[in-house]
Design a protein around this ligand. Structure first.
Ligand code: GUN
Ligand code: ZN
Length: 433
């Protein structure tokens, strides 16, 4: 048995603080105790320290904030080289920037070189779990799963299914997509902390036959997720309505193929409408809200308040490379700006919930990660509140956990991530120490 304790300010939320304010656990002088990779205790230092055995090492981290590792509920592994590409809205952007970048993954060596780089970017930004798109190539998923297993990351991913409306080198067929997915599920599901998501790209690039195959796959494997895009951009929505005239709306296209359920995650839903929001709430599906991407691609403003009002489980996501940052902290800031443009003021602690426990809930891994409940896996981030002179000055003036978090969301960059730990082990350290 190895036990180690960390003394710092500690913040986590055990439920949605907009409905349960008492779920915010804020310990300005806190202690996180980790035993064999799991949380043994978390609370005020003054309460927990006296009960610790003399053999337990306590690491003092003054001026630091410890919080659960962030959960990115929607991100694209092959789009590292798309971040910051100039110009275009979704459908043009896919043609011009994204499909060429993804075509490079036909070479398994490229995928193997990019996978460690991608995961190390997540960790360097404090993200310890993610739901990731790969490319259409089976080997892209092999490369990502192997690298995540190597790092012991709790990662869920899937090979993309796409059989139309894309360059020939990026197309599969309903049959090959199904066989490759079956093979990947057999090979990777449940190894280490890995999970699988059946991943049709969106209804523009999958035929009815392929969406039906995706429905068969999720029915045959009740423990996998369904991960796709929906109602992100007006031209995309119009194209889907043209291709599937029998459907009531975009969500209904997926519903008709058995793809709307409690393990489904739909990225975007900017233009979904209330019927779709209510149906997702009823089915227990989750929405990945991607504010950085929605602004960069000019997609629109996600109606967070309306979605929450309809009872839809919502989580926050970067959507790299549509999104311009790997930072979930900055993404909270983008969510705040998105709210401001709609006359809605996002509470920073609600934003923090969306970036941690709500993400774990969307990915159905909240029994393992997302907060510091004893017994959960000890995935956490150490944030340096004085990473820059401006951050030091402003965080010193913060009087509440909400104020502190908001300053981090607005001012902190990668320099504030001092350390990222996976099951208690350092997986990233600033400056390589
Ligand atoms: N819709 C279909 N594919 C994509 C993608 O790669 N990124 C985004 N943001 N939306 C999509
Ligand atoms: Zn996306």
């Amino acid at each position: 048995m190895t036990r180690r304790a960390y003394r710092a300010a500690v913040l986590h939320v055990r439920d949605d603080p907009s409905r349960a304010p008492e779920a915010v656990a804020w310990h300005p002088d806190g202690l996180l105790v980790v035993e064999d990779g799991h949380v043994a205790a978390c609370g005020d230092h003054a309460e927990i320290a006296p009960g610790l055995g003399a053999d337990v090492t306590v690491e003092a981290l003054p001026g630091r904030l410890i919080c659960p590792g962030f959960v990115d509920a929607h991100v694209h592994f092959p789009q590292v080289d798309v971040i910051g590409a100039w110009g275009g809205q979704l459908l043009d952007w896919l043609e011009t920037h994204t499909f060429p970048a993804e075509a490079a993954f036909a070479d398994p060596a490229h995928a193997r070189a990019m996978a460690p780089l991608f995961l190390d970017q997540l960790l360097a930004h404090g993200t310890t779990s993610a739901l990731a798109f790969c490319t259409v190539h089976r080997t892209s998923a092999d490369a990502l799963f192997a690298a995540a297993l190597d790092r012991n990351m709790r990662l869920i991913a899937g090979k993309v299914l796409m059989d139309r409306n894309a360059p020939a080198g990026l197309l599969d067929t309903p049959e090959t997509g199904r066989a490759d997915t079956e093979g990947l599920i057999r090979e990777w599901r449940g190894r280490g902390r890995l999970g699988y998501a059946v991943t049709p790209r969106f209804a523009v690039t999958s035929s009815a036959a392929q969406l039906a195959a995706a429905g068969d796959l999720v029915a045959a494997h009740p423990d996998v997720l369904l991960h796709t895009h929906m109602s992100e951009n007006r031209a995309e929505v119009a194209e889907v309505a043209r291709a599937f005239p029998e459907a009531a709306d975009y969500l209904d296209v997926y519903d008709r193929f058995g793809l709307v359920g409690p393990r489904s995650v739909f990225a975007h839903c900017v233009h979904g409408g209330d019927r779709a929001l209510r149906r997702m709430a009823e089915a227990g599906s989750a929405v990945a809200f991607c504010p950085s991407s929605n602004l960069m691609l000019g997609s629109g403003l996600f109606p967070l308040k309306r979605a929450c009002g309809c009872g839809v489980r919502t989580a926050l996501a970067t959507d790299v490379g549509g999104g311009a940052t790997f930072s979930m902290l900055s993404t909270i800031g983008e969510a705040y700006r998105t709210g401001q443009l709609q006359g809605e003021t996002l509470d920073p602690l609600h934003g923090f919930y969306l970036a941690t426990l709500a993400g774990a809930r969307a990915l159905r891994i909240d029994h393992r990660v997302g907060d510091f409940e004893p017994g959960k896996e000890a995935d956490f981030v150490v944030l340096d509140l004085a990473a820059t002179p401006l951050l030091a000055r402003r965080t010193a003036a913060a009087r509440t956990a909400g104020e502190l978090l908001f300053l981090l969301a607005i001012l902190a960059d990668q320099r504030a991530i001092e350390r990222t730990c996976l099951m208690g082990k350092t997986a990233y350290a600033r400056g390589g120490h």
